[in-house]
Write a protein that binds this ligand. Structure first.
Ligand code: MSP
Length: 472
């Protein structure tokens, strides 16, 4: 069996985690857990992106030493992902010495495809990329994503000759060697690839000091994206180690705004290194709030810690994995979030557990563990990254079990002394809940672990406090 490798985008450490960051983590974690439960051997990378002017300026603004600043903020992301019940096998910081050394090796290997030239153009520090005249015109000189004016830069840069790889990348996308999901994004990327000029891969140190120095040219620092993209392989030990057990990646999860870097620059780098391309780039949409883009100036940024504190981690994971479509933009509102918690998690799953465990406990059911595995419909959905559908499938099962209890009325069987029928009915219901629970476990690891303990303990006992108390 081939080994699997799942990656997440590594966030910039120029602030606290926000609710948008949860998407990469939750999708990759659910998929990783699904693979592990299917018996696969897998690695799961995450980390933090710590170079570039944006971060350096933020550290200056907060009057902190840059190292102290990145240490503090990287730790915030580490703590945050644990709170989400996300446990990557590998966590990389781009300021790690090994990463820096390996990046320099990567640069040297890419040198046949790198040349130096003078450049004059518009740059957005927020996006950390050069933009075209057309984009500047269309946006009236202000980046719509960062509400910052584009800067005119004129400098010597090194360039990566994207033209050396365009045809190979196109072919890889078209033949499905490197698939991009969703399909409409794949089309966008093919168009962008056609238009893509060579990419500037360095900045003069006088303009960007916080980064990895270019080998054999002390006056230049690597462009943050070269450094950042390399993380996916430096974390596996490239080029010191043979990474062929885990590379090419099975799936790389990224947001729609950064797909272009992953669909063009990253494959060009990999081809330049003679490495295979990732099998799949999964691009997710953005989380908006009350129908609006989240932004500090609008003041509608949702702090994921507030979301966690409202009803706990299961509610957060439930909402983002069941009600957020992983391919397009979605909306977060507190009303929708509360309603999903109260009407679905608490009413459907919480009630089912409480009712069934109470019935089993009253009737002293002794349950014998049976093997359970993912059903074909669920597997099909997960393998096609239709997380909502897989979730829906398991949830319908939960709802059907609630109906089954109402129909079979085990309490009447008990009253009438129909012991055999009662045991059979309860056993089947426990089988059912454990099966649904297993299918829910990649999404809700905490709740499903508790449910497993309730039904697979020595004696089935209802939880002393409800799994999902109704607080609001
Ligand atoms: N540092 C780069 C990624 C380098 S990967 C080699 C970066 N960082 S980021 O902090 O700006 O974004 C991290 C991830 O969060 C990206 O996948 C991005 O798309 C995602 N999101 C940022 N805001 C988001 C929303 N509002 N909604 C969903 N995802 C969002 O880009």
């Amino acid at each position: 069996m081939t080994k699997k490798y799942i990656t997440t985008a590594i966030p910039y450490v120029n602030g606290n985690p926000h609710v948008g960051h949860t998407m990469d983590y939750l999708l990759s974690d659910a998929y990783y857990r699904y693979l592990k439960l299917s018996g696969e051997e897998a690695r799961f990378q995450s980390g933090t992106d710590e170079h570039g002017n944006k971060i350096f300026h933020k550290a200056l603004d907060s009057k902190k030493d840059i190292n102290e600043y990145i240490d503090e903020n990287s730790q915030k992301f580490r703590d945050f992902i644990q709170k989400l019940d996300v446990y990557p096998t590998d966590f990389i910081r781009t300021s790690d010495k090994d990463h820096e050394r390996r990046c320099k090796e990567i640069w040297k290997k890419l040198e046949p495809h790198i040349y130096s030239a003078e450049y004059e153009g518009w740059y957005c520090e927020g996006c950390e990329r050069f933009v075209t005249e057309k984009e500047v015109e269309e946006n009236n000189g202000i980046c719509p994503d960062h509400q910052k004016s584009y800067e005119k830069l004129s400098e010597k840069n090194y360039y990566l000759r994207i033209s050396d790889f365009k045809e190979k990348i196109r072919k890889a996308i078209e033949t499905g060697e490197m698939k991009i999901l969703p399909d409409f994004r794949e089309k966008e990327m093919l168009k962008l690839l056609d238009e893509s000029p060579d990419v500037s891969v360095s900045r003069p140190k006088k303009n960007l000091s916080w980064g990895i120095t270019v080998p054999n040219d002390d006056s230049q620092v690597m462009y943050v994206w070269i450094d950042a993209l390399s993380n996916y392989i430096t974390v596996l030990g490239y080029p010191d180690n043979d990474i062929s057990d885990f590379w090419p990646a099975t799936v790389q999860f990224v947001g729609k705004d950064i797909l272009r870097f992953h669909a063009i620059i990253w494959p060009a780098m990999l081809l330049g290194l003679g490495l295979p391309l990732p099998k799949l780039l999964h691009s997710h949409g953005f989380i908006n709030v009350n129908g609006q883009k989240m932004s500090k100036s609008i003041g509608n940024v949702v702090d994921p810690i507030d979301v966690l504190e409202r009803h706990g981690v299961n509610a957060l994971r439930y909402f983002f994995l069941r009600h957020v479509d992983n391919f397009v933009d979605s909306d977060f509102t507190w009303e929708k979030f509360d309603s999903a918690y109260n009407n679905e998690l608490a009413n459907d799953l919480g009630n089912l557990v409480q009712r069934l465990a109470t019935l089993c406990s009253k009737n002293n059911l002794s349950y014998k563990t049976k093997e359970t595995k993912f059903s074909p419909v669920y597997v099909e959905a997960m393998n096609n990254f239709k997380f909502n559908e897989a979730f829906e499938h398991a949830w319908t099962h939960v709802q059907n079990l609630n109906k089954k209890i109402d129909e079979e009325k085990p309490w009447e069987l008990a009253k009438n002394g129909e012991t055999e029928k009662l045991e059979k009915a309860l056993s089947e219901l426990v089988d059912g809940i454990l099966h649904a629970n297993f299918e829910l476990s990649p999404f809700l690891p905490d709740a499903t672990e508790k449910i497993k303990d309730i039904f697979l303990g020595e004696k089935i006992l209802p939880p002393k406090t409800p799994l999902f108390p109704k607080e609001r």
